[in-house]
Design a protein around this ligand. Structure first.
Ligand code: UN1
Length: 509
């Protein structure tokens, strides 16, 4: 495990930091066990009251300085962060794979997303455009400009332990904000490694201490962040249950939130699909990250005419999947994150069977050499009815539900008839079908793709979804606007003071 040494992961560390400086905390110990082999990798301490206060106060102070750095200069720092991540891609990708359990390819892919968002943010740091409006009054100029918000709280999930933080922080920083990151308590060591990489870059450039803060903890620390009026924006990724509670708390103090919550993503496989393309997209979507992406494919809605054929192809493909140590690049599927996730997987399969689902590829927990952690499960496929309760829910595991359809309108309504609205796709070579799916009567999701799967979005687009997915948008396009406050400015450079809307108001002296 040379990468642990290289990334300076120790057996025990605070894990709470104002930037380069670690902050001592007497909070409860959070141990991180690898789902790969069940080994204890290391431990951090939950942020206690004192360390939390110290960090937030340092962040507040840093903001007063950082917001005055010109945005392109902040962009230059983010450019160097991207360079540092390029150098550490191999080691950090391995740590992601080891602590979270995703395949090494996907671990590296996650670091690549961090690098990509840095590049994107560098360009953006010379943009952050506001509009100029035409004033109705003579000799008046009206325009809008964008200012930073202050502290951005980032609550990230175990399944993307580093990339989602990077989407938020790279944008937040170039916008002039400072960040306080609470990573998942299931993957704290990835955050420690990232903190150290960033701190070196920040130190070399004399970035004020407090721009890049880290706090460890579970629900209590998350709740503290959502209640904290010193944090104007909280960007949170996780379950719908968590998001609903967080949104209510942040809204009660009229703070802003960006929510990226559950998905229940479907692929429609049309009668006019290129089935071999469909197969790769659907299988990767369903089993990639062991079904633990919020964009994972959970449902296939397959046209009646190709249902039998595609089902056979799926079964054959699933038989070829190699499940095992994700650090071994020949394996397709690694473990689930922990025992609780395995239990949820088993319960979902049970409930699926009870309500009439038919297993086409059986699930189960693997045991024996290489599977000692108890977290390796078999990706499975079940034929279901779309209205079954379990099919309406997001189970963070490699369970794929398949169902037939006859008319495209029916397929679209099945696809939309779930509470979540993150990602969706159609596989078709038929232009009319594709455009119908993307049109106003089509998919109700934040992401709608044609001839690719539901997962693996690029950073350049705005990422997020509707309904119970929470409505937030992160990453590309104009998502940066959520990290800034808009100010409308009207300047009178004339010698009269005419009122808007033609109102006459005179004072005689
Ligand atoms: C997530 O699962 O929270 O589109 C993010 C994807 C990745 C990001 C997923 N780029 O699958």
């Amino acid at each position: 495990m040379e990468f642990l040494h290289h990334l300076q992961i120790q057996a025990s560390q605070s894990g709470n930091a104002t930037g380069s400086n670690w902050v001592h905390s007497s909070g409860e110990k959070i141990e991180s066990f690898s789902p790969v082999n069940g080994q204890l990798i290391g431990a951090v301490a939950e942020a206690d009251e004192e360390s939390y206060e110290k960090i937030i106060q340092q962040a507040q102070e840093a903001f007063l300085i950082w917001r005055n750095w010109p945005a392109p200069r902040r962009g230059e720092i983010v450019r160097q962060v991207g360079e540092a991540l390029r150098k550490e891609k191999d080691a950090l990708g391995r740590l992601v794979s080891y602590e979270m359990g995703k395949s090494l390819q996907e671990g590296w892919g996650e670091v690549q997303e961090m690098i990509d968002i840095c590049d994107f943010a560098v360009g953006l740091s010379r943009q952050l455009y506001g509009l100029t409006m035409q004033s109705e009054r003579p000799a008046h100029r009206m325009y809008e400009q964008w200012h930073p918000l202050g502290i951005v709280g980032i609550i990230s999930a175990f399944n993307f332990p580093v990339a989602v933080w990077a989407w938020n922080s790279a944008l937040a920083w170039i916008c002039g904000n400072v960040t306080v990151w609470k990573p998942s308590e299931k993957t704290p060591l990835c955050s420690v490694a990232v903190q150290q990489i960033i701190a070196r870059v920040f130190e070399q450039n004399q970035v004020p201490e407090g721009v890049n803060c880290l706090v460890q903890g579970g629900r209590t620390v998350g709740e503290k962040i959502s209640r904290d009026h010193r944090i104007p924006l909280v960007s949170a990724t996780g379950s719908t249950r968590m998001g609903k509670a967080l949104a209510a708390t942040v809204a009660a103090r009229l703070g802003k939130s960006i929510l990226e919550l559950g998905g229940n993503n479907a692929v429609i496989v049309s009668k006019d699909a290129d089935l071999s393309m469909a197969l790769i997209g659907c299988v990767f979507g369903a089993v990639g990250t062991a079904g633990q992406r919020c964009t994972s494919t959970r449902r296939l809605i397959i046209h009646q005419s190709v249902y039998e054929r595609f089902q056979q192809q799926l079964i054959k493909a699933y038989q070829q999947l190699k499940i095992g140590n994700p650090l071994d690049a020949s394996n397709h599927v690694g473990p689930l994150i922990d025992q609780a996730a395995v239990d949820q997987y088993l319960q979902a399969i049970e409930r699926c069977k009870e309500s009439g689902g038919k297993m086409l590829v059986e699930g189960g927990v693997l045991s024996g050499p290489g599977y000692e952690s108890g977290c390796y499960v078999k990706p499975c496929v079940a034929a279901v009815h779309p209205n079954m309760e379990i099919v309406q829910q997001e189970t963070f595991a490699p369970i794929l539900y398949i169902m037939p359809y006859q008319e495209l309108e029916e397929a679209i309504s099945i696809q939309n008839a779930v509470p979540q609205g993150l990602s969706s796709s159609i596989i078709t070579l038929n232009l009319r079908e594709a455009e119908t799916f993307l049109g106003v009567n089509g998919s109700d999701c934040g992401i709608a793709n044609v001839n690719i799967g539901t997962s693996g979005a690029e950073i350049g687009g705005a990422f997020g979804g509707e309904k119970e997915t929470g409505g937030g948008r992160e990453s590309g396009s104009d998502s940066w606007k959520a990290y800034m406050r808009r100010q409308t400015n009207t300047i009178n450079w004339g010698s009269q003071l005419p009122l808007a809307q033609g109102i006459q108001f005179t004072i005689t002296d």
